[in-house]
Design a protein around this ligand. Sequence first.
Ligand code: GAL
Length: 346
Amino acid sequence: MSIRVKEFGKTADGRTVSIYRITNANGAYVDVLDYGCTLHSICVPDKDGNLVDVCLGYDTVAEYEANDGYLGAFIGRHANRIGKGKFTLNGIEYTLAVNNGPNHLHGGKKGYDSVVWATSVASDRLLFSYTSPDGEEGYPGNLSLSVIYSFDDDNALTLCYDAICDSDTVVNFTNHCYFNLNGAGSGTATDLLLQVHADAFTENDADCLPTGNIIPVEGTPFDFRTPKTIGRDIEADDQNLKNGSGYDHNFVLRGEGMRDVCVLSSEKTGIVCTTATTQPGIQIYTANFLTERKGKGGATYHSRDAICLETQHFPDAVHHDNFPSAILKKDEEYHQETRYTFTVTK
Ligand code: GAL
């Protein structure tokens, strides 16, 4: 594995953004920005051995700053929604930035996706660090974070998140990569095959906020226990699908500890992406709100041209005692890991 760095551009307020290329022994590579620890490109071999970029992104910093959608970004302090942007911890009510209808989304108005992270390069990994100050976007406690990316010779991209806080707080980190295994910018991702090792999902209201109900997937369009195309049931007459304009739901993953949780594959390229994680949930988001826009290399992206596999704690866990807790206690060590492994079928 080798890592080289180049300047990518500058933010509107003059911060320099660098792009790091991690290349493995087979010549496959991952490009990462220090802006938001953003996965910019993932170039892996298809069934004929040609490299295909399977990750959506932009050519300039200005586009990352101007557009919504969090393409490829690391998300925190709390991924997905917190109802009404308020929660109570140890008897104190905290008010967060509200940036998605009535709710708080993906860390607020200035989440970790727009931070330019301090970066260090080791022979086998890229290490990003950041201290999120007490009160940032309304969250309690000074939170020290490290985010480590590596890409090995088996085309496995591993994302490790560690954090510690000087007071009790809430945390939920994810990565918001938009995958299209047919190739980024090649059109719809609804023909990709998806399997998710989940027997239930969390129901959403019309603002995509969990109601607290956990629904068995059996007999619903959310049953991905055996592989089916993303598009097969996406237009079904189902209130949950209507609320998300497609799939935009947290699946309750089987098991615990590091385990395989979902498999995505393309019949066109033969590329298969197996996701493993330590996290309890995954937001399966079919890029329903990806409005038409210009992407990398002159491509045009549209709604449903990708899928996000956002491993996470359940959204709004702070308001639902039946969800795994997202509270991080003072001085407790937070650690989560997610691995996307790319292989091919012949
Ligand atoms: C997803 C979220 C969607 C949408 C998207 C960003 O994680 O569940 O509802 O907000 O991020 O556009």
